[in-house]
Design a protein. Structure first.
Length: 142
């Protein structure tokens, strides 16, 4: 298969799989750590109105969803890529980072969470996934 086409398809697969993992973790988060009493988390407006009720524990699953979703998406993309595995994995991290930045404007969150999320959930997880799939290069001695 053409390497460019393979990389494009790998990237798309990484985005899809990473998004599914992210969404899946968000979906189960309320059953693992229930939202505060009286909080409506079904709409953005409800979330905005009740964010003051949230404790630090309520931000664990959103962070995990972002970090694990990015990691798995980057891992899948890097594994499937024909070449430039690290670049493809970091591309997933960058795309998910852009999504994370845009969500900070739509969904309110404490500043500490936004900083932790944007700094640790996206590019570092993509980098780790990229290192795993790129493998170690054996030095060539002449």
């Amino acid at each position: 298969m053409n390497p460019v086409l393979r990389n494009v398809l790998a990237f798309i697969a990484g985005v899809v799989v990473g998004s599914i993992v992210n969404g899946g973790l968000i979906m189960i988060s309320g059953s693992v750590i229930p939202p505060p009493a009286g909080a409506d988390v079904t709409t953005t407006e409800g979330l905005q109105a009740s964010i003051h009720l949230f404790e630090p524990k309520h931000f664990i699953f959103p962070f995990l969803a972002h970090a694990v979703g990015t990691f798995v998406g980057a891992l899948v993309a890097g594994k499937l890529a024909g070449n430039s595995k690290m670049k493809i994995a970091l591309g997933i991290g960058f795309l998910f980072l852009v999504g994370g930045i845009s969500s900070t404007f739509m969904i309110p969150a404490p500043t500490w969470f936004i900083v932790v999320d944007l700094v640790f959930a996206y590019i570092p997880m993509a980098y780790i996934a990229g290192k795993l799939v790129a493998g170690k290069r054996t030095p060539v001695y002449s």
